[in-house]
Design a protein around this ligand. Structure first.
Ligand code: NPQ
Ligand code: MG
Length: 368
């Protein structure tokens, strides 16, 4: 395909409730959407960067700028662009994986729509629905946390993930375990601890957690290996895994018994599939993370989560977990599962009225 242009569209989506993590509290999702226009088809990609560089070094304004100045021009100058050529064409630009992933996703969506193939079929999905987990933010009190978890279990979520930080960890986990018994339960620290906290993290060993996600800093892969030898809860890496090479290092260092795969964090769905394949070959279970995606990113994530190595429920929740109104027909829980879209590309179409309601700006990039 030759690229006619890219639309960069910013939308502001109010969250149904504030979402607090160890790095801050979000009340709205500020999202950059990419629409690629080609003669054959259009395609959509969602950039998962946040407004501020607090989960990773990327942030939305920076992603828009790097796309505008450095990433869109070489793609628009190239002929016969396919998704598999996007990463090689963008390789001269270092980093900026979330920005690159949004472009690759848009091109892949257009390419698959043009040939009538779904994301699931293309990626190698082995199921038509995926079990849904939910990520539960840090609350002001334990009773509020128990009410929130109770509500999600009543909705049918099959796995609960508690966000933790120093001071909101052992007591929160104990309260949820005592109240709800034998549920699938895991925790995510978003890099809030150091190896000096190993004694606190050991106390979580009593609660039969599926895993502890990213307890230490992004760069501390070796230290995660050290921690993994000090605690029984399996260590899962999120922020530390930005590529298939990082995943291979983490496995070799025994720093991750489980890996959270987020396509945006690793530069796209093709790299995400390579990490899946590596982990599967090494007996490392993976699950699909979430970045509060709209239906556009969620649709593609659900397709990825249907690959055979995704053996743990992911953070692929229903649209209603985050948004009162989504920009696509909403993803809804069916017996605790989400259906993998079957239509071409990501399999869902943005709703023009919803897009218009949430759009804060739009620009159209064309070849030089
Ligand atoms: C995680 N996600 O696994 C992330 C982090 C996260 C679902 O827990 C706005 C945009 C707020 C992206 C809060 C979940 C966010 C965000 C947390 C991502 O680490
Ligand atoms: Mg995480």
């Amino acid at each position: 395909m030759d690229i006619t242009g890219f639309e960069l569209r910013r939308i502001a989506m109010p969250l149904v409730a504030p979402f607090r993590t160890s790095f801050g509290t979000e009340t709205a999702r500020d999202v950059l959407l990419v629409r690629v226009v080609t003669p054959e088809a259009e395609g959509w990609g969602e950039c998962v960067a946040m407004s501020e560089p607090v989960y990773s070094s990327e942030y939305v304004d920076g992603a828009a700028e790097v796309i505008r100045r450095f990433l869109a021009p070489p793609l628009m100058a190239a002929r016969d662009v396919t998704a598999s050529r996007v990463a090689p064409l963008l390789a001269p630009v270092r980093g900026h994986r979330m920005a690159k992933a949004a472009l690759e996703a848009a091109v892949l969506d257009a390419e698959l729509r043009a040939r009538g193939e779904s994301f699931g079929a293309f990626l190698g999905a082995s199921r038509d629905r995926v079990p849904a987990g939910v990520s539960v933010g840090i609350m002001d009190s334990i009773p509020e946390l128990l009410d929130a978890v109770d509500g999600y279990l009543a909705e049918g979520y099959l796995r609960i993930k508690l966000k933790i930080e120093p001071g909101w960890d052992v007591a929160a986990v104990r309260a949820v375990r005592e109240r709800f018994g034998d549920i699938l339960l895991q925790v995510d620290a978003n890099a809030a601890y150091t190896l000096a906290d190993a004694r606190t993290l050991q106390k979580l060993d009593d609660f039969d957690l599926l895993l502890i996600e990213q307890p230490l800093a992004e760069d501390d892969i070796r230290q995660h290996g050290e921690l993994a030898r000090l605690i029984r809860t399996p260590v899962c890496l999120d922020e530390s895994i930005g590529s298939v090479e990082a995943a291979a290092d983490a496995i070799a260092l025994r720093a991750a018994r489980v890996i959270n795969i987020k396509p945006g964090r690793v530069g796209g769905y093709l790299e995400a599939r390579r990490i899946h394949d590596l982990c599967r070959a090494n007996g490392i279970p993976v699950w699909c993370g979430g970045m509060l995606e709209t239906g556009i990113g969620r649709a593609a994530n659900v397709a990825l989560a249907a690959l055979p190595g995704f053996t743990l429920p992911g953070d692929t929740s229903a649209s209603s977990r985050y948004f009162a109104r989504d920009v696509t027909p909403p993803f809804v829980l069916d017996d605790g599962h989400l259906r993998v879209p079957e239509a071409p590309g990501i399999g869902v179409d943005p709703l023009p009225d919803a897009l218009a309601e949430f759009t804060t700006s739009s620009e159209y990039l064309t070849p030089a």
